[in-house]
Design a protein around this ligand. Sequence first.
Ligand code: ATP
Ligand code: MG
Length: 569
Amino acid sequence: MDTNQHIAEPEEEKALNFIEQIIEEDIANGKNGGKVHTRFPPEPNGYLHIGHATSICLNFGLAAKYNGKCNLRFDDTNPSKEDVEFTDAIQEDIKWLGFQWDGPVRYASDYFQQLYDWAEQMILDGKAYVDDQSAEEISAGRRTITEPGVNSPYRDRTVEENLDLFRRMKAGEFPEGSRVLRAKIDMASPNMLMRDPIMYRIIYCSHHRTGDKWCIYPMYDFTHGQCDYLEGITHSICTLEFEIHRPLYNWFLDELTHTEYRPQQIEFARRNLNYTVMSKRRLLELVQKGYVAGWDDPRMPTVCGLRRRGYTPESIRMFAEKVGVARREIVVDMALLEYCVREHLNRVAPRVMAVLEPVKVVLDNYPEGQVEMVEIENNPEDEGAGTRQVAFSRELYIERDDFMENAPKKFFRLTPGQEVRLKGAYIIKCTDRIEKDADGNVTVIHCTYDPDSRSGSGSEASNRKVKGTLHWVSAPHAIEAEVRLYDRLFKDEDPAGHKDVDFKEFINENSLRVLQGCKLEASLANAKPGDRFQFQRLGYFCVDPDTTEGRLVINRTVSLKDTWQKMNK
Ligand code: ATP
Ligand code: MG
């Protein structure tokens, strides 16, 4: 697939998206004193993925654009699923993406006392009651969208009784699941969420921040809007599924607060990627069942996975920018993400030579023991990147599939009788002396070189055009590496979209290929985890954290698109 074709060139002056239009109108009207304050509200129950990354870019990006602020607030209202491992990882990912939240990290649990006080206030106002029904009974009582619900038999408890029961819920007198606190709204509302939503439930579970202080926890719906309010959020941007929650959030604030200020909720559609899964539950399953090596497996659509794979923060921000915001659900082609990382790495990644599947070439007429240093540019896209000296000698490695003994006419690489240029060095010609092992595999290809053809020497032969240019590594100077090549984790465009087939059925069993004994030019001897390179003709690569003293491990981030075209220029 040609990824470039469906990607528009960046416009000089981009049109405002619908959220920017709302914000600019609000600023023009002097709403909230012209201030913009957004927030990113992750639930610390998993690692961030590329969908979250777009939301981060949106919230922090809007704050930056309008001279505003953006909070980071963990929605930690469900203690049973949360973990500090996740809160730490999420902060690291946000910073890595290039953003800094305003003030301290915030938590919904910072407001547990305030929320509790508000709940008591609602009881006193006759707007909340303790319900002794089971979860099933409550759900059944709501009926369906086509018929009104029925009131709970406990709906008309007295204020005193409600207050007493709620306090005893808090004191730990009742078993889990035996009672909840519900808002008294309207059991006939066409919006099911308004049919006396649950505000508090009993959970005997230590909370990662409040410990055992609480055994009743507020529901997300009784938390989110109030947290936005308490933090002075002006534009509360969320995904579409929260649109029907908006009347409820406003109802709570109308009951509990008496100011004119309201955080304005704006919904946009989730952005999903094809050939992967994005739900945290499924990602967790892949990790727990060992389908991938961890959350940061380079095949995962997580931010830490993409980072390990070699993606740059710039490329992910570019992706978010190109995807934009919309009110309609969109599935974004994985190719767009790959396009973005190629774009950025093309500008910043130094070029080096590496041979992934090596076969030896011996230049029979090159003096034994001689070493020449040839000068090769580090990045043709970046004038400031300079050049480096690369060792050239009599014994070299080239890519095994750059040689063919009986080649078709159009094969412009190495084959007996044919000349190719070794990038930055000499033109060589393949003789018909080919050494093979007992199985018939080529072990050594004998060639001769043209001593006058050295690149950049100014001789006539140095400008001689031959059809093919190959990358190479000098054998005595080469360093070894393990290189991991990745393919899509799933064979299906929408692995989770099949009714009767589990998403794991679509896992691509060939999504990881590990190559040992790859030969790299000597300049990579000091490469450190996280360093990124273009291996000429092969793609963009990144040093993996599995690298240790004496063991270099490298991931392929993405292949190059137009390798041949570039090399033959
Ligand atoms: P969960 O099912 O656990 O709630 P979630 O994906 O909604 O999963 P959150 O931690 O609640 O996870 O998400 C944090 C923020 O990221 C939310 O504001 C959410 O709207 C946004 N977000 C999540 N997934 C996407 C996505 N695919 N595209 C855009 N934004 C997303
Ligand atoms: Mg969520």
